[in-house]
Design a protein around this ligand. Sequence first.
Ligand code: PLP
Length: 357
Amino acid sequence: MKHKKLFIPGPVEVDSEVLKAMSTPMIGHRTAEYSELQRGVTEKLRKLMYTKNDIVISTSSGTGLLEMAIRNCTAKRAIVFSVGAFGNRWYQIAKSNGIPADKHEVEWGTPIKPEMVEEYLSTGNYDLATVTHNETSTGLMNNLEELAPVFNKYPDVVWCIDTVSSLGGVKIEVDRLGVDICVSSSQKALGLPPGLSVASVSEKAIERAEKVENRGYYFDMLLLLKYIRERNFQYPSTPSIAHMFALEFQLNRILKEGLDERFERHREMAERVRAWAKEYFDLFPVEEYASNTVTCIRNTRGISVKELSNELGQRGFQISNGYGSLKEKTFRIAHMAEMKMEDIDELLKNIEEILKL
Ligand SMILES: *Cc1c(COP(=O)(O)O)cnc(C)c1O
């Protein structure tokens, strides 16, 4: 079957050199060579996240580390601030782990505002809070700058953010913002195959986990950290070493491109897609909070998104229908990882031809 270029919000197109790095011959996971690999990856991830915190790496998709965060660091009660499907997932994770949690869900396409956070945290009922930085189902990006001052007013609250579809495409200054746990996955703006996730964890988060008895096993944050700190950057079980090789290679490429340059490239692609969306359709989220990695377009022309996708597929492109109840009402174009403006222009030109816009 002909390969379709992926304009879906994960998995994304992966460069052939990165795929090649995945087929590097295996090394033992209890060797000095492996430790060196994980240590190097950790240092580069710290640069990408603008943090000095420990970096936990997991051979699971991002959902695994979302579970780690909420299960390991809630001693009292969690508050989930949800702006869409992935915010709701965080709440479901809490519930299915028996973690006391409440959810504040806003109308999809609108952001979390500081007043909402203040209203919940000021009750003193919560010791952990989650925010989806970039909500992939609605194409909305919460403004962390706006929210950080409120979270920083409450030193007993562990602040967790889901940057699964933004880390690597948008600047996220973990330490300056005061974020305690920042979770991301390999297959979105980081530009790797799915199957690996990463998280920065603060001292505050670690101290909290020490007070939580039932942390699970595979996602026991303290066990993961023990192998990092005491066993010199190793992993409790056998990690996906193939992913580690690819991550090492890809992070070198990201740093070589330059972080500011990379974020700027994402911003430019997003602006191009947003301008196009406004010309022919409309944006789904409030424009001020529209994402720089994925654009969710309101289907104001009543086109069949399914048919458009089929036609695009025949031409070698894949876009995404709306998520869940937003199917056919919206469609999504991702512009993340190694995508370039030429790729975006080519996709949009093909959509214009198919729809005779
Ligand atoms: C994709 C996505 C997830 C789920 O990540 P997996 O790696 O598939 O487990 C969670 N949150 C957001 C915002 C996402 O885009």
